[in-house]
Design a protein around this ligand. Sequence first.
Ligand SMILES: Cc1cc2nc3c(=O)[nH]c(=O)nc-3n(C[C@H](O)[C@H](O)[C@H](O)COP(=O)(O)OP(=O)(O)OC[C@H]3O[C@@H](n4cnc5c(N)ncnc54)[C@H](O)[C@@H]3O)c2cc1C
Length: 473
Amino acid sequence: MSDDSKHHICIIGAGLTGLVSACALASAGYQVTVLESTLHSGGMVTSFNWGKSRLEYIYHHIFTSDNLIIRLIEKAGLSDQLKWFKTRDALFAQQQIHPFTTPLDLLKFPLIPLGQRIRTGLAVLKAGRLDNWSELERQTASNWLIRHGGEKAYTCIWDPLLRSKFDKDAEDVSAVWIWNKFKLRGSSRNQKAGSEKLGYLEGSFGLLIDKLVHELIRMGGTLLTGHTVMNISRSEDVSVRYQISCILENCTTVHVKADSIIATVAGRQFAGITTSLDMPEPYRNQIQNVSYKGDLCLILRLKQKLSPYYWTTVCEQLPFVVVVEHTNLIDPDNYGGHIVYLSRYLDAADPLWTQPDNVIYQQFMAGLETIYPHFSPRDVIDWRLRRTRYAQPVIHRQYADRMPALDTPLPGIKLAGTAQIYPEDRGMNYAVRLGLQAARSVYRESQSRPENPLEQSDIMLWLYQNLANTNDL
Ligand SMILES: Cc1cc2nc3c(=O)[nH]c(=O)nc-3n(C[C@H](O)[C@H](O)[C@H](O)COP(=O)(O)OP(=O)(O)OC[C@H]3O[C@@H](n4cnc5c(N)ncnc54)[C@H](O)[C@@H]3O)c2cc1C
């Protein structure tokens, strides 16, 4: 039952950002409703059952420096399931797989001259130690990498890496983006061995999503799946600010009232649902101007493993750009087979984006046979394909000036999508931070603070403390 005297908050999207915001505000006693267009919670980190266990449709791991999500996992009582793994990485270049895990692998890498290998290593170290990223804002990643690592190192390693993420926009990506990658990966490295440690939640990150949903409902919040928000308008009812219109799967429309809204969606999606509101032109331009890459992620269950590597970057023209062998971290017995993800970021205008699933599958299979000659499509037990339209915002130069603010010019409405994360790149750790930032912003503006509920679990208490705290996140 909804309590009409309470400040009503509506969260659009039941991904990690939306659920963290929702739980943080529910922990402070607000009336919270989450609207999710799909039938599942989790967004990009949605999981499903395969074999005896669950796993994500899209590969996910965390880094040792991802402090906020590590803390959230701990407070959710899931620390025992969080396992850390030393991973082995590789590059597929010039028709060969090359180990690419440690600085020594870089030094031995045969496809670029020795001088450029050393310069590349030094450039990675330099970037990892740089704290003032604002000086990189005006430079493109490609210029910075060529200047520091050399032309051959760029064409062989970095250009494929940038293309793997940004496709045709690779040359325009800001140096801040690559700086952040070096910094993140450097901080997840073991100083002595130089190899990286990655974290995974045994049983899938879906366990964390379930816990958040459970806590939200336990605190009186509501999660409405299958509710696609189509429009936000001013409410005619003077007791509440906004009316949110949703379309359901059966094409009926329902309306939800809210005083504050947190939209955890892409800028362009936000622009589409706010056309009835009087949005100042400069902000509308900003949200429309952020471009996003889509992602195709094929998950395969195989009869045998492909390689000893967790992560293989593909530096050749193939339909996918990365191979992630999940069962080189987690025992394949859990899933009844070896789990491999193949991923490709691309423009929604790319003809591949709209191909039927089985056409994409066939193309990916042909690519896999090129890399691993011992692989046969007969090794595939089953597969799923996931399309994520707004998978990665493109971070251009001087993004600090282009980024649409979380506090929109519309009173009480916050935009907390992946494009609101900067200078870091989007990821689960930053989804937790963004969810808390959005919730804090609503909390600070709220005139009518409800009574703080007394019965708090560890996770809700932690979220509440973060909501009320004034320290930086
Ligand atoms: C290929 C790939 C690999 C990744 N790997 C990693 C990794 O290894 N580690 C890591 O930390 N992160 C990784 N990420 C990033 C991570 O998944 C995201 O940063 C995080 O899940 C974003 O959460 P979110 O809640 O902000 O967005 P989302 O998960 O996108 O949630 C937004 C939700 O809003 C819903 N929605 C959209 N429009 C509407 C509407 N109109 N009405 C109602 N609901 C709506 C969507 O259905 C969705 O559920 C990866 C992402 C991709 C694409």
